[in-house]
Design a protein around this ligand. Structure first.
Ligand SMILES: [Zn+2]
Length: 312
């Protein structure tokens, strides 16, 4: 979430001419819907599980270096991630791990274990920086460095990105295209994958949409000294995610979920993931896919000659 809300008085958006509000809205827009008629092997639903392995980078991003805060992230690497990997193995479910490069450098064996176990590792910034606050050069340099770091550690070059802010700066889309990613998973314009338009033009870039509804962090995290301490009963959240899956199943679409090892890895919450996977696996025709596999499957809906060439 951004901490820099635009100042409405300063921008005086009510004085904008139509050309201006249209330009803002159309800068990054949902284009062609990419849900296919059929999923691979005749599956009825695609299930794309993702884990943002942020660990210590959440406090580090903000310059918070106290052992107490870092320990909450350390829990994700030390306890959460192994539990998650064990659970995924039991269900034979491949997943995507979006890992900030600093997190991967702190836990290289964990980063390597993802790809070794048949999961996907993908880019999630350098130190979970608030990419919407960066200049174009800094943003591109950090994403490029993150891409190279994950490639060096795992021997596999990531093809996907989830921005740490779940948002785009003015230059994020350009950066993603220049660095040759095949998909992004940070935006929220649909339940189903779509092609991203840049100022009305198709980009060939697949969006696998996220949503705060299908994210563990908003339900379970709290601010130690803040006035608001959101806390949900894990089993209430299970009901929400089950309803999301059931509706995706009925419509033959995608059920996408974003979890964090340091959040979902706790005993009373991992039960929710286990029961959710039990529920999902109890249905015929479920295709568990990494985000990269999903992006590849839906990209077939874009005619090759309509995919623009991107050059930096
Ligand atoms: Zn994150």
């Amino acid at each position: 979430m951004s901490t820099t809300e635009p100042d409405a008085t300063a921008t005086q958006s009510w004085r904008w001419p139509e050309s201006q509000w249209r330009r803002h809205v159309e800068a990054v827009r949902a284009g062609r819907p990419l849900k296919p008629e059929r999923w691979p092997d005749g599956a009825r639903v695609a299930v794309a599980l993702s884990f943002d392995s942020d660990h210590e980078t959440i406090p580090l991003r903000d310059g918070h270096t106290s052992p107490g805060l870092l320990a909450q992230g350390e829990y994700g690497a030390r306890v959460g991630a192994p539990r998650v990997l064990d659970l995924l193995a039991r269900f034979g479910a491949p997943a995507t791990f979006f890992m900030p490069a600093v997190s991967a450098l702190l836990h290289p064996d964990e980063a390597r274990s993802y790809t070794r176990d048949g999961h996907e590792i993908a880019v999630h910034g350098w130190i979970h920086e608030r990419n919407t606050l960066l200049g174009a050069e800094d943003e591109k340099a950090l994403v490029g460095r993150a891409l190279d770091t994950l490639t060096d550690l795992t021997g596999q070059r990531p093809t996907g990105i989830r921005t740490p802010s779940w948002d785009f700066s003015d230059s994020t889309l350009r950066t993603i295209l220049d660095l040759g990613f095949s998909y992004d998973s940070s935006l929220m314009a649909d339940d189903e994958p779509y092609e991203i338009l840049a100022a009305g033009r198709p980009t060939g870039l697949v969006e696998i949409p996220v949503d705060w509804i299908r994210d563990d962090a908003p339900y379970f995290t709290m601010d130690r000294y803040g006035a608001v301490r959101p806390h949900s009963r894990p089993r209430d959240v299970l009901e929400i995610w089950t309803d999301e899956f059931d509706a995706a199943y009925r419509s033959g679409g995608v059920f996408q979920l974003t979890l964090h090892p340091h959040v979902i890895g706790h005993r009373s919450r991992l039960i929710v993931l286990r029961e959710l996977l039990d529920h999902i696996a109890g249905h015929p025709g479920v295709w568990f896919a990494t985000h990269a596999e999903l992006a590849q499957a839906v990209r077939a809906a874009i005619p090759p000659h309509e995919i623009p060439e991107h050059t930096s």
